[in-house]
Design a protein around this ligand. Sequence first.
Ligand code: HXC
Length: 261
Amino acid sequence: MSNPIFADNILEGKVAFVTGGGTGITGGVAKAFAEHGAKLAITSRKIENLESMKAMIESFGGECFAVAADVRDYDGIENAIKQAADKFGKIDIVVNGAAGNFLCAADQLSSNGFGTVVDIDTKGTFNVCRAAFEELKKSQGQILNISATLHYLATPMQIHVSAAKAGVDAITRNLSVEWGRHGIRVNGIAPGPIEDTEGMKRLLPEPLKEKITKKIPVGRFGRIKDIENAALFLTSDAASYINGVTLVVDGGQWLLGTSLG
Ligand code: HXC
């Protein structure tokens, strides 16, 4: 397999349901899970965003079920989870990766613009967790929420995403306590600046990349692979006593307090 750090079969026998699993960071996580033995159900608003990931997973012998669903639509998500559980018999891991983002100053942002991102990121995360609860209780499964570091200090032009991801972190902590009792672990990952992602393309014009690189303590942008590795660790049995944590994977970037812009 392409990642020699973890054993190929580290997720053998597991079924993962990944929102936003067709592209970007969570696409990488879905692929890495499949490479390490998991069966995958991936969702996105548009089925065409899932087709190439499904084909890639199947090309190396993995199993992948692609289903269109909008995380803002509870009934649609509930139905997608039911279809995935019917197909694979269970769900062990839920990854909340579906997210919305654009740059906009607070004094230009409409109430609906703010609400749209909160609905996708925060309410969408709750919807998926809530709809998957019974399956996760049965499997003694776990949840991995993809967050950000934007809200640790303050990131101009990102009030909507910062508020939304702060809410995601609250969901991670609350559910880890409430659902830990049911045998469900709930953790998060807060990626820093990760190159070759839609989020970075939207937030960071290419000419600024070199300047920003100098502001990252480890001297490079993150790679999707860095998030894949963190996700494999957190969802593996190696992390069986880790619950309620949002693991920052940013090369130390946020600690310097430097805005990306
Ligand atoms: C200001 C905007 C806007 C923009 C949308 N809106 N784009 N406001 N600037 N660029 C406003 C609209 O005007 C509207 O408000 C409201 O948001 C809803 O817009 P719609 O287009 O109707 O919504 P919808 O199609 O449902 O979704 C819009 C979207 C979505 C949220 C922008 O298309 C999207 O997120 N796409 C990007 C997906 C993405 O990049 N995901 C990766 C996220 S990266 P009004 O008032 O006009 O009705 C990430 C990482 C963060 O999250 C951390 C990085 C370090």
